[in-house]
Design a protein around this ligand. Structure first.
Ligand SMILES: Nc1ncnc2c1ncn2[C@@H]1O[C@H](COP(=O)(O)OP(=O)(O)O)[C@@H](O)[C@H]1O
Ligand SMILES: [Mg+2]
Length: 236
């Protein structure tokens, strides 16, 4: 459903993405992981259309979208969460969901979206999207905004950022449920083992390249074996 062919991205003489080739299948849950600065967020931005590659081609559902804008891609079904949940003065959770969906949705539909991410809807619809919401609540609302768009491909860049461990554990369950129920493909950038464990496929990036891609079980083994000190025994 998404194909990246020979994607290169160079800035200030530095190769940030180095000949990336990647094919994502429909309905799978992918997690991209790898060291800071390896190019994960840049790759996500290139898929969304926030950045343009210097060379290479992006095919989405059989169509070349390399030159399409963010809006055009969004209309075609590529959705992503607001990177750091934006706080809007005077905007309620209901307003935000309406804006995200791009059409008029009624309160019942909005409630539905909120219950899917585990929020007691009635309580939240009229709340302002502000600091009065906890990090975990904001993340859930963020996921609900992506759900509102009902995308075919949805992207999340480090959803664990800025929330406490307890909220995060619940959030992993939300991800699992929502991705199972969605008709599309999920692509999450994360360092968290909990998120890696719910993936179908894990993509490991290093120095602007895809170092390895494979199913969760084999990838987890090699990632955690790789992090063992030299000479340590690997228990499987
Ligand atoms: N537009 C840009 N101009 C210059 N350098 C950039 C740009 N975008 C990303 N970089 C650099 O590219 C590298 C990869 O960044 P990023 O994709 O954010 O990595 P990751 O998400 O894996 O931590 C970093 O060294 C970053 O500073
Ligand atoms: Mg990043």
């Amino acid at each position: 459903m998404l194909e990246l062919k020979n994607i290169n991205f160079v800035r200030n003489g530095k190769t940030i993405l180095n000949n990336i080739n990647l094919t994502l299948d429909l309905k799978k849950f992918y997690v991209i992981t790898g060291p800071n600065g390896s190019g994960k967020s840049t790759l996500a931005k290139i898929i969304m259309g926030i950045e343009k590659p210097d060379s290479g081609v992006i095919i989405f559902n059989g169509e070349n979208i390399t030159d399409k804008t963010i809006d055009e891609r969004a209309k075609m079904g590529i959705g992503y969460a607001f990177q750091s949940p934006a706080l809007f003065k005077g905007i309620t959770v209901y307003d935000l969901l309406t804006i995200a969906s791009g059409k008029k949705i009624n309160k019942k539909e909005a409630c539905n979206l909120l219950s899917k991410v585990g929020l007691c809807a009635e309580e939240y619809l009229n709340r302002e999207v502000s600091n009065s919401l906890s990090g975990g609540e904001l993340k859930r609302i963020e996921i609900a905004t992506v759900l509102a768009k009902s995308p075919i491909l949805w992207l999340f860049d480090e959803p664990e950022a800025g929330i406490d461990l307890w909220s995060f554990q619940n959030l992993t369950d939300v991800f699992k449920e929502v991705s199972k129920a969605s008709k599309g493909t999920t692509l999450v950038i994360s360092h968290q083992e909990r998120i890696l464990r719910i993936a179908d496929e894990i993509i490991l990036m290093e120095n602007g390249k895809i170092k390895k891609i494979g199913n969760k079980d084999e990838m987890l083994k090699s990632i955690f074996r790789g992090s063992c000190p030299k000479g340590a025994k690997v228990y499987e």
